[in-house]
Design a protein around this ligand. Sequence first.
Ligand code: HEC
Length: 450
Amino acid sequence: MTWNRFTVRVVLAIASAAVPVAAVAAADSPPTFYRDVLPLLQDNCQECHRESGANYGGMRAPMAFTSYESTRPWARSIARQVASREMPPWDAAPEHNGVFRNERTLDDEQIATLVSWARAGAPAGDASEAPPPRVFPASGGWQIGEPDLVVRMPEPFLVEDDVEDLYAAFSLVLTEEMLPEDRWVVAFQCQPDSQVIHHFNLHLLEPDENGELPPPPEFPDQTQIAPSPQNAGRYMGGVSSGSEANFYPEGYGFLLRKGSRVTFDIHYHKEPGAGTAVWDQSSIGFRFADEPVSKALGSGFAPLMNFTFAIPPGAESHQVGPLVSPPAAHPVDIIALMPHAHMRGKAARFVAIYPDGTRETLLDVPRYDFEWQTVYYYDQLKQVPAGTRIEYTAWYDNSPEKAAIYGFDPTRTVTFGQPSTDEMVMGFIMSARADAEAPGAETAGDDRRP
Ligand code: HEC
């Protein structure tokens, strides 16, 4: 990441930096690393903060909290980061605690433990009180586990010296050898092969009834939402800063049809200059269903988007929307929600409007962070009745204060565009029809099962 995250966090955290003191341990027995702190770090931090920890779309934790020696120098910084709720990274309002399965939050007592440990001089304590080390499964770099199918860009691509931003689309048609029959996908992951990928999305185009595919996607230009849907097909999700792989709940998935065209839609971003050229040949891994899939993704709400907004120069909190979906024709299971904005993104909110007119806030993100593009996956799927509409509203900060942190130009009217210095207003709703079995679901069984 190019700007100084520490500055960003400190500046953004000022308003919320009150340190909870409620549950500070008695002064004569401060928390110790081995007894009190390490278990907390194992459960809430080590997924990212360890050697070769989880890579969230290029967001890799630069330090490991696995041993006393490697954690001790960070004690004060840990206290600051957890007290301001900058770490662990999670931007949903506290009212949603317990709702999303990928939630990363600490409660007040846990924060107080870390803060009072740091204040007490970060004592090690007795190593015999340490919990056994947390073991993370070797995944070969795949969050989804070992994929059943990996497709790679057809050829390596050279991101040349002079490239700063480049929007590229590569595509291939799945061969008989790669995918001999239609399969249900329950997880997939776009896996960058280089450090210069800003985002990387999967689009799928299925053959028509004659088995014919339209021509491959055109190389997109920067004003388009790349690549065009007619020839690249359905947008299935992908990876960008701070995001994790796509996992669907049990019983849900999408059918990957044999002979489909797979498009790798990639935004390369780097500092231009002599010697900065990089080769890239990224991959997408798919995991197929072992158990039958009965609900097809994508049959609920379409994404809510606006392409015609204009954020005025200097605006501190420019509202776009509410954008409102048409009423659902069927009951819908909402699987996940994802607000998407760029550097000026400030806040976002999804609201359900039920047929009787009552409103429910599904997701409120009061402090949007462009670097953590989180997909909020429901723990218990949210089912809404036919006739429900979804409303999406987003707020943008084009002020000189925010510009000073991110390095954008606050004197300009900002409109839709691919570069991070332009903006996007997108509310994604991952959902499925709740009342119907997916057509063809019976083919989901894994014929390699014993
Ligand atoms: C989802 C991954 C993830 C989790 C979980 C996570 N972190 Fe981090 N952390 C990061 C990344 C990436 C960075 C570096 C970039 C940044 O600062 O945003 C970071 C940076 C930090 C920093 C350094 C901030 C600075 O710049 O000085 C501290 C301290 C920290 N994390 C503490 C924690 C603690 C404590 C926990 C658990 C309670 C935690 N983190 C959980 C990913 C994570």
